[in-house]
Each structure stands twice: as C-alpha cells, then as structure tokens.
Ligand binder design. Structure first.
Ligand code: AMP
Ligand code: ZN
Length: 138
C-alpha cells in the first residue's frame, strides 16, 4: 500500500473515514481534531499528501495558510475566544504523529492556562454542535 493509502488524513480527504469537517475547497480541508487541546481545536490540512511542510509545494502551503487565517477568524467570531494558537509540527522529534502536513488552530481564552494534552468532547452531539458553529454556513 502507498504512503497515501496508509495515511489517516488522506483517508479523511478521500471520505473513507469520517471527520467533523468545517471547511473544504479544492486544495484544503479543515476538520475538528478528534482529541482537542481545547474544544474548537481545528486541523487545517492540504489535500496534497506531503509529510513535512518543506515537502509541500509552496502554492499548497499558501492555500493552507489562507484557510488557517480564516479558521482563526471564525474561532474569534463564533466561540468564546480571545485569541488562538497556530501549531505545525514536522518530524517525530517535533511531536508530529500524523506524517501529513497540518496546522493546528486552537482557541484560547484570557486567563486560561494552556494544557498541551489531548482532551475529548463529551458526546457526538457536542462534536456536532461545535462543527455547526464553525463550518461555512453555521
Ligand atoms: P501532530 O502531533 O501535530 O501530528 O497532530 C496530529 C493530530 O491529529 C492530533 O492532535 C490528533 O488528535 C489528530 N488526529 C489523529 N487522527 C485524527 C482523526 N481521525 N480525526 C481528527 N483528528 C485526528
Ligand atoms: Zn496523507
């Protein structure tokens, strides 16, 4: 099986496994992280498979950054949110666990300490409600 065939994000892009999608265009997909650092944590993923940012053609990286900026704007506008983190890990040594480029976009509140640990949603309904808030047509 090819790298792309084994890649969990390529499977989400292909529709083989589900995700709570909040944005999609020809080059980029964004969906809720399954184990959010904070509720509303979104992953912005170029559709082209590339393990590291330096493997990704510049135009795909630019498209992903445009969507990352748009998701940040939605977090600020649609959630109780005072700011957000953008994280992008490259390589196992840098805490990358899925070798397909992705940008984490994580909502933050004033006075809220940041725990760099995976969390979870209480129920599928809570996931659906967050997806509805953040997708293109809320
Ligand atoms: P990283 O450590 O930067 O590679 O981040 C990978 C992220 O992908 C983690 O935050 C995981 O929770 C997330 N993740 C892995 N599998 C899925 C999935 N099937 N759906 C949504 N998020 C996922
Ligand atoms: Zn992939």
């Amino acid at each position: 099986m090819s790298d792309t065939g084994k890649c969990v994000f390529c499977k989400i892009i292909a529709g083989v496994i589900p995700a709570a999608k909040v944005y999609e265009d020809g080059q980029t997909l964004a969906f809720l992280d399954i184990a959010p650092f904070e509720k509303g944590h979104v992953l912005v993923v170029p559709k082209r498979h590339a393990p590291m940012l330096t493997d990704l053609p510049e135009e795909d990286a630019q498209a992903a950054m445009r969507v990352t900026r748009e998701i940040g704007a939605r977090l600020l506008a649609r959630l109780p949110c005072d700011g957000f983190n953008v994280l992008q890990n490259n390589g196992v040594c840098a805490s990358q666990t899925v070798p397909h480029v992705h940008f984490h976009v994580i909502p933050r509140r004033n006075g809220q300490p940041f725990h760099w640990t995976p969390g979870q949603y209480a129920s599928p309904e809570e996931v659906g409600a967050m997806q509805a808030k953040l997708r293109t047509d809320p």
